[in-house]
Structures are given as C-alpha cells and as structure tokens.
Design a binder for this molecule. Structure first.
Ligand code: C5P
Length: 226
C-alpha cells in the first residue's frame, strides 16, 4: 500500500502578524502551502495528500481537504480520519515550505521494520540555557540563566514525521487534553512506547513562525527557483 500525506494548514498566523491563515501567506511568490504540496507530489511513494484547512478555504488542486481542529493535533486527527487508505502516514506542517522531495524520501526510508515512526530533525547547534523561574518579559524583569543544558544528544525536531497508521491512530485517539498538549505527533507515539527514529535533515527545513522567518524562507525559495 502507498503512503498517505497529511498536511496541516489550519493554524492562524498570529506570531507572523498576518490576519489570515499562515499557510496561505505569500512566500517565494506563491501561497506558502503550495511549496510543500509540490514537494510531496514529486515523491512517487505518496499516493494521496489530505490537507487540513481553515473553514471556507479550498484545498490545493489534486488534494483532499478537511477542516482542521482547535489545536494542531486535532487537525492531524481530522485529516487522518478523512481517509482510511494509506500506510505509512506522513504528517507535515504547511509552515515548513522549504521541505524537499529528498527530505521526504529520507524520512520515509528511515521507517525501518523495527520502528513505529521516523522524524526529520537536525542536531542542536546552539548552546542551550534554561531560565530561572519568574524571569522573562513580565514584571520581574529580564530572564536570568539558571543553568546551561548540555547539547550533546539533543535534536531540534521538524516535520515531515512518518508513522505506521495503527500506532498514530491510537496515539491521536487518546483523551482530549493529552492530544491537545502535544507539540508534535512523535511525542504522542513515544508516549505509547513506540520506537521513533531520528533522520538527520538540513536546518534549512525550518518552520516559518515570525516575520524574519518569512523573509528568510522567501529569499531561499526565490534563490532555489533561479
Ligand atoms: O502554530 P504552529 O506554527 O506551531 O503550527 C504548525 C502547523 O500546524 C502549521 O502548518 C499550522 O497551519 C498547523 N495547525 C493546524 N491546526 C491548528 C494549529 C496549527 O493545522 N489548530
């Protein structure tokens, strides 16, 4: 059976300072979502693409649309329930328009027989600090360092993430608050005892969150198409 790709595109662009859904903001000359759809369509192992969109927004040509949910994981669950066909299941954030067919194929290949999932990730390059409680931008003033966290063995996680359908389905069918609190799908699969492989991918596959990210993604995408 071929793989199915679920693309979550139902989030709002609040941190981007954009009033509409982030996945549809223009980036590299076209709506951000379309870059990921093109990359997925270029991978023969993927038989079908389902896109979780905000209500009232049409999915891209050649994909099926489903309305997303309140939290990201609810959007993934809605997209998974939309189609019973396709195993393994690949989940991708529309907010990562710099994904390439090579990255997608590497993550699919990372799902070996003994694994339940495989995820794109890059080794942590920066020195990491944990802040002391009570700091930040609030009334207590600037954040203060409590400790330096050793970065050896730490990875920054991206999408795509690929899972066997059965375990992803069980992971997403856990109680509402467990699912709502997850920042990625792999953590839910790990919570069920699943084995998840890390597939080293370029840091360039970053998530567009802030206006600076959008500017950088726009520049890279325009330079790629030259
Ligand atoms: O908000 P954040 O950047 O973490 O969202 C990651 C991805 O999840 C984005 O592509 C966004 O469109 C999607 N999302 C969604 N449904 C939500 C929240 C986020 O499809 N309720």
């Amino acid at each position: 059976m071929s793989a199915v790709a679920l693309v979550v595109a139902a989030g709002r662009g609040e941190r981007l300072g954009y009033p509409g859904p982030k996945a549809f903001v223009m980036c590299g000359g076209r709506p951000m979502l379309e870059w990921s759809i093109d990359a997925l369509k270029a991978v023969p192992e993927i038989g079908h693409i389902v896109v979780a969109t905000p209500p009232g927004v049409e999915p891209p040509a050649g994909t099926s649309g489903v309305f997303g949910g309140q939290e990201r994981s609810h959007s993934v669950r809605a997209a998974l329930h939309h189609t019973l066909a396709g195993d393994p299941v690949l989940v991708h954030d529309a907010a990562r328009p710099l994904v390439t067919p090579e990255i997608i194929r590497a993550v699919l290949a990372g799902l070996d027989d003994a694994a339940d999932g495989a995820i794109a990730a890059s080794r942590e390059a920066d020195t990491l600090k944990r802040e002391a409680p009570g700091g930040g931008d609030g009334p207590n003033g600037p954040a203060t360092v409590a400790e330096t966290v050793r970065r050896d063995g730490l990875w920054a996680v991206q999408t795509p993430q690929v899972f066997r359908r059965e375990i992803l389905s069980r992971a997403l069918d856990q109680p509402h608050d467990v699912v709502a609190g997850a920042t990625d799908d792999a953590s839910l699969v790990e919570g069920l005892g699943g084995t998840v492989r890390l597939v080293e991918c370029p840091r360039e596959n970053f998530k567009v969150t802030t206006p600076d990210d959008l500017r950088l993604a726009d520049l890279i995408l325009r330079s790629r198409s030259r």
